[in-house]
Design a protein around this ligand. Structure first.
Ligand code: TPP
Ligand code: SF4
Length: 278
């Protein structure tokens, strides 16, 4: 097995792009580590991999990684990734988004990318807030919790990311947290190997804005809460609804075979090139 030190040299733009911008204790780096190990364990050549993001703390990840990368506009990572996949279908494409990026400004793109079932591995780092812009509430801020734009509590219901991807037609959908890092890495590996749209939600609550405003303690306290407040799907199925209140349910929600967009599109190209006879 490759050592952690070797992985850092192999995959990070360590000479040019560090120190990074993330707060000490933030889980985004843990997700980045899980992605690096997933790619390495699967034995991909890093020139086979492209990483695309929008804007936000999570969106900074491609800046630090030595894959082909695109750091694009807020909410549009999936659109850029769709274009790249159609042009270079052989690439493994990882899309990293914050919850605001994926589900607020990018919500429409999220729905339709899942519906098309295009072969991308999308990772939504759910920190329950707009981290980069100072802690406004986002579509995943739990109801009644505080945000800079919800000083008396957020009155909106939060968006269930995995359930949304599931009903839209994604081929693979899973959720884990930055505490359960090996499980998270496993889901990323499964997503990368899946032909079709794979959505992995990585829960990583922001301690600097969301945590501080809601008095959730230090980064370590919040990491411990991820351990204590999460249950596997199997356990969740046995619990009464009142005991599931406020719990993060981890696991694989979907793993199915669905016709994949670039393959269907290739058939259309062949048909058009043969004058509609193929
Ligand atoms: C079109 C556009 N609108 C708004 C912004 C300002 N902006 C930058 S990051 C961000 C939200 C960040 O939240 P999220 O996507 O959840 O990522 P996080 O920083 O929490 O990882 C916003 C609104 C922008 N850069 N571009
Ligand atoms: S503001 Fe929050 S999400 Fe952004 S780097 Fe800091 S801890 Fe992480």
């Amino acid at each position: 097995m490759t050592t952690q030190r070797q992985l850092i040299y192999d995959y990070l733009r360590h000479k040019k792009k560090f120190p990074n911008i993330w707060c000490a204790g933030c889980g985004i780096g843990i997700v980045m580590g899980a992605i690096i190990r997933a790619v390495d364990d699967l034995g991909y050549d890093k020139n086979q991999v492209a990483m695309i993001s929008g804007i936000g703390c999570s969106g900074r990840m491609p800046v630090y990684l030595d894959f082909y990368t695109m750091h694009t506009t807020h909410g549009r990572a999936l659109s850029f990734a769709t274009g790249l996949k159609l042009a270079r279908p052989e690439l493994k494409i990882i899309v990293v988004m914050g919850d605001g990026d994926a589900l607020a400004i990018g919500g429409n793109h999220f729905i339709h990318t899942a519906r098309r079932n295009i072969d991308l591995t999308a990772i939504v780092i759910n920190n329950a807030t707009y981290g980069m812009t100072g802690g406004q509430y986002s579509p995943t801020t739990p109801q009644h919790m505080l945000a800079t734009t919800a000083p008396y509590g957020n009155i909106e219901q939060d968006f269930p990311i995995c359930e949304l991807a599931q009903v839209c037609g994604a081929a693979f959908v899973a959720r884990s947290t930055v505490y359960h890092v090996e499980e998270l890495q496993g889901y990323i590996e499964q997503g990368l190997e899946k032909k079709g749209f794979a959505l992995i939600e990585a829960v990583s609550y922001c301690h600097t804005t969301y945590g501080r405003l809601n008095r959730l303690g230090s980064a370590v306290d919040m990491m411990r809460a991820l351990k204590e407040n999460s249950v596997t799907r199997q356990t969740a199925e046995k619990l009464p609804p009142e005991e599931l209140q406020g719990k993060i349910v981890r696991g694989i929600f979907v793993d199915r075979e669905v016709p994949e967009y670039t393959q269907l599109y290739q058939k259309i190209i062949e048909r058009a090139q043969s004058g509609g006879k193929a």
